[in-house]
Design a protein around this ligand. Structure first.
Ligand SMILES: Cc1cc2nc3c(=O)[nH]c(=O)nc-3n(C[C@H](O)[C@H](O)[C@H](O)COP(=O)(O)OP(=O)(O)OC[C@H]3O[C@@H](n4cnc5c(N)ncnc54)[C@H](O)[C@@H]3O)c2cc1C
Length: 222
């Protein structure tokens, strides 16, 4: 498969960094073609504005979605944005590696979505969810948390993780047509021993070695 890994963590020595590098190595060893987007290394600017485009259709009033539709036809996305769009269009499977921050993705990753997932190109009238532009592609969130696993049960302190991830699973990935694989979660790695975290990294590699066989989960209107 063609696989894109989007990685968002400011510290390469973090367990997120280790999971990212393990995934790239394992998938490459298994014969997949892997491309990466290392957002902090790129110092990706999450601000979504006129700089998404080489020129704007209406210089007097910036309306992002209208500019995106225009740029899709006129090929006027800024080079940085176009390169990221082409990676998403290229991949069969997209993996996001990130720490859960405020029940969501780090802002740098949200900004990547805000800027790259453009109307006209990644979604448009009549082309979303089951008829989404990326129908046939898969996506997988690989996450670490601060809180332990029991906090993310339905009656746990933080509540059901599926509910927390719904805005990403359905609102971004499902909306643009991706089928979503079960999220991969390392709960509370800061509390683990080095050996336990090494085992978590191995678990991730083992899961990835069979990733082509996995079926999507339901991220419907629950
Ligand atoms: C702004 C912000 C918001 C947050 N919001 C939430 C939230 O909503 N919910 C929540 O649950 N948590 C939240 N957190 C906590 C956050 O999710 C965790 O701190 C994070 O997921 C831990 O992952 P890390 O990669 O940063 O861990 P690190 O602390 O970098 O790593 C964990 C441990 O793994 C070890 N390690 C690294 N590499 C290896 C290796 N190769 N082998 C073995 N061990 C290794 C490290 O030495 C360290 O001991 C938030 C944190 C921040 C900063």
């Amino acid at each position: 498969m063609n696989i894109l890994i989007v990685y968002a963590h400011p510290e390469p020595q973090s367990i997120n960094g280790a999971l990212f590098r393990a995934a790239e190595a394992q998938l490459t060893a298994d014969g997949h073609v892997v491309k990466t987007t290392d957002l902090y290394k790129m110092r990706f600017d999450p601000i979504s504005d006129r700089l998404n485009f080489t020129s704007v259709h209406n210089p007097l009033y910036f309306k992002q979605q209208l500019e995106e539709i225009y740029a899709t036809g006129a090929n006027t996305f800024a080079e940085l944005i176009r390169i990221e769009q082409e990676k998403v269009e290229w991949c069969d499977l997209m993996i996001w590696q990130f720490p859960l921050w405020w029940f969501s993705v780090p802002a740098i990753l949200k900004g990547w979505v805000d800027r790259v997932f453009a109307m006209g190109r990644f979604y448009k009238t009549g082309y979303f969810y089951e008829t989404g532009v990326f129908k046939g592609k898969k996506a997988l969130l690989s996450i670490t948390t601060g809180s332990p696993a029991d906090a993310y049960l339905k009656d746990g302190l933080q509540g059901d993780l599926d509910g927390i991830l719904k805005p990403i699973h359905r609102g971004i990935l499902g909306f643009t047509g991706f089928s979503v694989l079960r999220p991969h979660v390392v709960y509370g790695p800061v509390r683990n021993s080095k050996e336990e975290n090494a085992a978590e990294i191995n678990n991730w590699k083992e899961r990835l070695s069979n990733i082509s066989e996995e079926s999507p989960v339901n991220v419907g209107r629950y």
